[in-house]
Write a protein of this length. Structure first.
Length: 732
């Protein structure tokens, strides 16, 4: 499960947050008239109160329930079987089971404390959070309900035809995140049955599938696939099991076998489980600091790179209801509008000397601003339709600044905002399965936040490989705060470690990407993929030894693309040695004198060209003399477990015959002759290294000049057909 900061593990009972506006008092009365005094829950009421008048809610509700009813105070600990009510003109939050009161942070009249508290409840209590939306106008509570659903909590809404004002319940239901739609007097019985289920008694603990539960789990997921056409067996087993247990709790079912029977008897339950597993919840500028890093460290570079008017291409897989895609589009459009429309013509030399004639007027050239082309995809058709409509409740004001609200949104009545035309036209929303469909390509930025955490580790690495392949040279990757690139450190460099912003490096081969990412026969694995301690080192050892059998076990070393030593075998002391100072795993730092330059050139050539490189002209200094040797660098491109690794093999070569060996003379060299030979040998080695450095520099220059064109051609060949079809559908 996703870890939420501030989660409290000391409270062992559910906390029910009930929000209401106009007509809410009647709903409260009907609710508590039917709620038993020993329900095993705590209740926090957040009605929309008049900030200028004293609330009479405590006295009114105290007559309807035997539970204590108190007005919330700063630092008050939430207690079981107790009702807490927000005071007027205050915002209420909960942290570590304690109520926190603050002054209203916004001065806009339509911003209330309803969503503020529900979001706080979700972050603090996670699976033990229960959100209830009663009568009221507007769309307050809708955003908070989505947050509670995200963390595995339970959600309820008043049946609209029983509400005095039905806008709030209807808007909450429209999010697709409501578990139960009931009249207020029917809610207590449903809540009591729900909290008695094992799901809440084990809240906060990781679900560990047993052999029996794993078999039943696979049967459940197979049935869901038959009904929804989507396979969840590559998702984390513990997460999937918790979501199923949640559905069992809502249905008052105590065993997986009985739940399987329910699925077969009521196919609509499969759709409900499917929706729970998708978790289509997001928000505008979620984790603002992450978007601040994007705005300051990434977008200026993209704007400079596309100053010729070419489009900035972005992909947001798992976009849910579209808020993240729209947030990135806002940042890009703001950056484009801030760029100057004209700039001085290139009439000044690099040395700063103006080359214009004295009577020549300064010329200016028009900068063509880039266009924004964002592809936002998801497998949830309902979420995609919501995102395409671009209509959001007024509670988005808590996530969007007043300036952006004015620039990018249009008010729709008193309860919603619509994305304006310019922002909407910058995004193409499409149905796409990240695991099974071809990716988009030639991308400048991929933003995939809080999706990888739900996938098995093995599949995570494959998805990261797809992202590397889909990104253009020097593209960027943004992940969620609980995600990382794993062991693929040779494919990305870190821009922001805390907020998971990465810069693409290295080259990727089309042969390394296969769609779908998970083959059919891989689904039969019933045990989740795990990496036990030391297993990678063991696998590298076995891999290396197997490869060396074909080469008669010479001195060899297994390295990553960053030339980090992973495993060595054979008489490696003849070629590598530990340098003085701090220990290092850098292959070039460990190379003996005379070997480093040729070794660097061979490795870089192998990485660049993805082929075996053999250098028979290398020499290594050993015992005061330079010994001829050969260096073979073999990229491991055909072995799935060794993707991105290289095997470097060393051989000594027979020295070239000297005059004495040719003539058969057995005479000894004189001391002066020996000195001359040493000087000559040193001179030859220096010339040799100079030539090697020249070759490497020339190769690097050629690589820099041609890499952009090569990648452009390669990416054009693998352009996703899905992109063209979805773009055509969007235009239609």
């Amino acid at each position: 499960m996703l870890e939420i900061p501030g989660q409290d593990t000391t409270i062992g009972f559910p906390i029910v947050g009930i929000v209401a506006s106009a007509g809410g008092l009647d709903g409260f009365k009907r609710f508590f008239s039917a709620m038993p005094a020993d329900s095993g829950m705590a209740f926090v009421l957040v009605p929309h109160l008049d900030p200028t008048h004293e609330s009479l809610m405590v006295g009114l509700l105290s007559k309807l329930t035997p539970m204590p009813v108190v007005e919330a105070q700063q630092g008050m600990v939430v207690k079981i079987n107790t009702v807490f009510i927000i005071p007027p003109n205050k915002f209420l939050a909960i942290r570590n089971g304690q109520l926190q009161l603050t002054n209203p942070p916004f001065q806009r009249s339509w911003q209330t404390s309803l969503d503020f508290f529900l979001r706080s409840l979700a972050h603090d209590q996670t699976e033990r959070a229960i959100g209830v939306v009663l009568s009221g106008t507007g769309s307050h509570g809708a955003m908070g309900i989505r947050e509670i659903k995200l963390v595995g909590g339970m959600t309820m809404a008043q049946k609209p035809d029983t509400a005095e004002y039905d806008q709030m319940p209807r808007n909450a239901i429209a999010t697709g995140q409501i578990d139960c739609i009931l009249a207020p007097e029917q809610m207590p019985a449903a809540l009591v049955k729900y909290v008695e289920q094992p799901y809440l008694s084990s809240s906060g603990t990781a679900a560990t599938p047993t052999a029996e539960s794993t078999d039943l789990l696979n049967q459940v997921l197979t049935f869901v696939q038959s009904q929804t056409k989507y396979d969840f067996r590559s998702y984390r087993k513990a997460m999937v099991l918790r979501r199923i247990q949640r559905r069992m709790g809502l249905a008052q079912i105590d065993s997986m076998a009985h739940y399987l029977d329910l699925l077969q008897q009521q196919p609509e339950e499969a759709t409900a489980l499917y929706k729970d597993l998708l978790i289509s919840v997001t928000a505008f500028f979620r984790d603002p600091d992450a978007f601040r890093v994007l705005e300051q460290a990434v977008i200026p570079t993209l704007l400079a790179r596309h100053a010729d008017g070419s489009p900035i291409r972005v992909w947001v897989p798992g976009c849910a209801t579209g808020e993240e895609a729209y947030s990135i589009a806002m940042l890009l459009l703001e950056g484009i509008s801030a760029e100057p429309a004209v700039s001085p013509n290139d009439s000044t030399a690099k040395d700063g000397v103006d080359k214009r004639r004295p009577d020549e007027e300064p010329k200016q050239r028009t900068i063509t601003p880039p266009t924004v082309q964002i592809f936002a995809s998801d497998i949830d058709d309902t979420a995609i339709e919501f995102a395409r409509a671009g209509i959001y409740p007024t509670s988005v004001v808590s996530d969007v600044s007043p300036e952006r609200l004015k620039r990018f949104f249009v008010a729709v009545g008193d309860s919603h905002y619509r994305i304006n035309k310019k922002l909407r036209e910058s995004i193409v929303f499409s149905h796409q399965n990240l695991i099974g469909d071809a990716p988009f390509s030639r991308l400048d930025l991929i933003s995939c936040r809080n999706l990888l955490i739900y996938l098995e580790p093995e599949l995570q690495q494959k998805v990261i490989g797809v992202f590397h392949f889909a990104l253009a040279t020097d593209g960027y990757l943004l992940l969620g705060p609980s995600e990382s690139i794993g062991r693929t450190t040779d494919l990305f460099e870190t821009i922001s470690k805390k907020w998971r912003v990465y810069h693409r490096i290295g080259l990727s081969s089309p042969d390394s990407i296969s769609v779908p990412l998970i083959k059919v026969d891989e689904h039969v694995k019933s045990v989740p993929y795990t990496v036990p301690s030391g297993s990678r080192r063991k696998s590298l050892k076995e891999l290396t030894e197997r490869l060396l059998l074909a080469d008669y076990a010479p001195a060899a070393v297994l390295v990553s693309r960053k030339l980090e030593v992973l495993y060595v075998t054979g008489p490696m002391v003849d070629y590598l040695e530990f340098p003085m100072g701090e220990l290092t795993k850098d292959l070039l730092a460990m190379a003996r004198a005379g070997l480093g330059t040729r070794l660097r050139l061979a490795c870089h050539s192998a990485i660049r060209e993805s082929r075996i490189v053999i250098d028979n002209d290398a020499r290594v200094k050993r015992n005061g003399h330079y010994v001829p040797c050969s260096v073979t660098v073999r990229p491991l491109t055909k072995l799935q477990d060794a993707e991105g690794l290289m095997l470097v093999i060393f051989h000594d070569r027979d020295p070239r015959p000297t005059l004495d060996t040719v003539t058969g003379s057995g005479s000894q060299a004189s001391p002066s002759g020996q000195s001359q030979n040493d000087e000559s040998e040193l001179m030859q080695q220096l010339e040799f290294e100079l030539k090697s450095m020249s070759e490497e520099l020339h190769s690097t220059i050629e690589e820099m000049e041609s890499s952009t064109e090569e990648l452009k051609t390669s990416n054009e060949e693998i352009m996703s057909v899905n992109e063209e079809l979805q773009s055509a559908n969007e235009e239609l």
